[in-house]
Ligand binder design. Structure first.
Ligand code: G3H
Ligand code: 13P
Ligand code: ZN
Length: 330
């Protein structure tokens, strides 16, 4: 099975009323861990790369690692998605590499920090939609801003999504999926106590735009077990909480279909490598500790595929090519 447009994966998720995790990747072990999990539970997969990941992998390595995932897993629908694209040029670059989906984060200016106006967001998003759709590529937009600047993405200010604006935004831009700001933030330090997310925003947008899959960024659960492993083996992370799995499941029922996860993978990898070195201080073969990291990613991702409900759904549908996807947009 070649790459599929992300639209197909998310439209199917609406039909089946489940969520699909979108996992950030930067290297081979992360991709292999995710793919092993997907294979074992028969789940569709969204692999996403940020601008930082494109830079880290010098573009070509991420492209070919993702192609390797497709070649190695011909039975699974896999979308390759650009996370937080900051301009039309970045989206064009990702599409030229073979990405089947791009996010244009028009909630922020090109610097990825300064909030834009509604009109500015519409303008840049429309330009990306026009270009991407002519190639059958899916587009995710964002309205509202998340908190949290730990990972360098975000304004640090929270502006929850206005549901009326969201409906208008979807209509005016033609985006395939929309990221909402409902109180989550990027990075490990999201909340000090269990959060109350603005779930009513999801229901209200869903009521106004029932066919548009909605996206939740900043969805890592930051499990205490992972924080504890890191700290037990020499790390120094402060008390923190993420988005509880029950809140994500409620959000999925209400209309969230794409769930962005990066931090939990980072925590799993860091804990596994710290533990490995503490227990094997004389080991020097990188395959041993990178292997432990890969195993940790696999475990975390497998559980999420089960919890989000995408497990078991990989063979529900026939894969669509970008050529076929173009017809949606004519
Ligand atoms: O939303 C941001 C992701 O966590 C990607 O982070 O820019 O450090 O790769 P990054
Ligand atoms: P986390 O930092 O919660 O994993 O969120 C990642 C994300 O939203 C990537 O776009
Ligand atoms: Zn994000």
């Amino acid at each position: 099975m070649p790459f599929v447009p992300m639209k197909q994966i998310l439209d199917e998720a609406i039909k089946g009323n489940y969520g699909v995790g979108a996992f950030n990747v930067n290297n081979m072990e992360q991709i292999q861990g995710i793919m092993r999990a997907a294979r074992e539970v028969n789940s569709p997969v969204i692999i996403q790369a940020s601008r930082g990941a494109l830079k880290y992998t010098n573009l070509y390595y991420i492209k070919h690692l993702a192609l390797a995932a497709v070649e190695d897993n011909p039975e699974l629908p896999i979308a390759l998605h650009l996370d937080h694209g900051n301009s039309l040029e970045t989206c064009k670059l990702a599409i030229s590499l073979g990405f089947t989906s791009v996010m244009i984060d028009g909630s922020l200016k090109e610097d990825g920090k300064t909030p834009t106006t509604f009109e500015e967001n519409i303008k840049v998003t429309k330009a990306v939609v026009e270009y991407a759709h002519s190639m059958g590529v899916t587009v995710e937009g964002e309205l509202g801003t998340l908190g949290g600047i730990e990972d360098g993405v975000g304004s640090g200010q929270v502006k929850l999504t206005d549901p009326d604006e969201a409906a208008e935004f979807i209509k005016l831009t033609g985006v395939d999926a929309l990221a909402l700001a409902v109180g989550t933030s990027h990075g490990a330090y999201k909340f000090r106590v269990a959060p109350k997310l603005a779930m009513h925003i999801i229901s209200q947008v869903k009521a106004k735009a029932p066919d548009t899959p909605l996206v939740m960024h900043g969805s890592s659960s930051v499990p205490k077990e992972l924080i504890d492993i890191i700290n037990q083996y020499g790390g120094k992370l402060q008390h923190t909480m993420g988005v509880p799995i029950e809140s994500i499941q409620e959000a999925i029922k209400l209309g969230i279909k794409k769930i962005n996860v990066d931090t939990d993978g980072r925590l799993a990898i860091t804990g596994a490598i710290r533990k490995f070195f503490a227990e094997n201080p004389s080991e020097i073969d990188p395959r041993t500790y990178f292997g432990a990291a890969r195993q940790a990613v696999y475990e975390v991702v497998k559980q999420k595929m089960i919890d989000f409900g995408s497990a078991g759904h990989a063979s529900d549908y026939k894969p669509m090519s970008l050529e076929e996807a173009k017809k949606f947009y004519m």
